[in-house]
Design a protein around this ligand. Sequence first.
Ligand code: FES
Ligand SMILES: [Fe+2]
Length: 399
Amino acid sequence: MIIDHLDEPLPGSSLRPTPPGVAYTDPEIFTQEQAEIFEKQWNCVLRADSLPQAGTWKTVTVGREEIIVVRTRKAGIAAYYNVCRHRGMRICTTGEGRSKTLKCGYHAWTYALEGELVAAPNLTSMPDVDQEAYGLRPVHVREWLGYVWVCLAEEPPNFDEAVLGEVRTSFGEVESIDNYGIENLACGETKTYDVQANWKLIIENFMECYHCATIHPELTEVIPEFADGLASQRKDGVVHGASFGDEITGFTVDGSSGVAEIPAIAPDQERKYYAITVRPQVFINTVPDHVIIHRMFPVSESRTIVVCDWLFLPEVVEKINAGTLDVSKSVELFHRVNEQDFEACEYTQPSMSSSAYTSGGALVPSEHHISEFHDWWYAALGWRAPEQVRDEQTTAAQA
Ligand code: FES
Ligand SMILES: [Fe+2]
């Protein structure tokens, strides 16, 4: 696959190119993304506390694979391909459940929660069958921030470098994400959005705030500097904390006070909003009293499921569950932001296949950092970015 830019802005222009429209519409490219990105990188799939007891399990889709994530008796959380080792039937045929073993519904091969084959009709008459070797095929699992992360690669990228390192670097040494104690927060609200847009449009949208003044009236009321278009994303190595407006007392839909603040946040983190992207499918947003985490699950080249959690201190969530505390104003702010962003992405997606967008679009200076995401994407698929090709051509022409 060769991706060409036909109308690439000239060197020195204020504008930088985006990938061409085909990058957002071609099913073949999407398949390559599944194989080279989602099936090779760490994916944040579900909250660890959504599997409370041994034997509780859920199925999740990662790339082109369906994965069972289960809490075992002995080894914490494990994850396996949802593929029977006998003749391939899906073992879990619903999205979630609780069972003592994982039993296939076809010929009743039965697997322990820890994966090994423990029973099958006439198994005793096949003493040569290695029950470990015929166990469920595992995938790599990590728990972090209260979430289960899985990686399908045989040799996964080093989690500490690929995920933790990137997040910590983004937050900087002082304004550390650790202060929020995200792993100790509880989930007060979850919303799922079925977005009819390519996953890259959603990432690009999240990384810039050039659109904030146009489509986010409530957000720019709370964070007036967003009206100037500067995103709370990493710039020159450190994430920019965006300040609340002077009259604003909380990150809520009307700027009124929120709930109890996370106690360990640094003075620099008070009255500020931070946001980072953890490629390829997570956004982390922090404010003084809650944390909002988005997980994306690309379904096709033009459809992405986004699951958004609002995390609060456990005592806050206890009160929410008891009906004695209302956090709807806190939830409503980012819910509106999500709806506004996803609507913009959905109105963008159809144009990606237009002949008027064959060569792609342009990034203004406050969006130039998105080029780094594009360069990562080109590299992940084994392609050279057009700018790199152009630089090489320029160098060759000068030689
Ligand atoms: S396919 Fe699962 S037991 Fe036969
Ligand atoms: Fe937005």
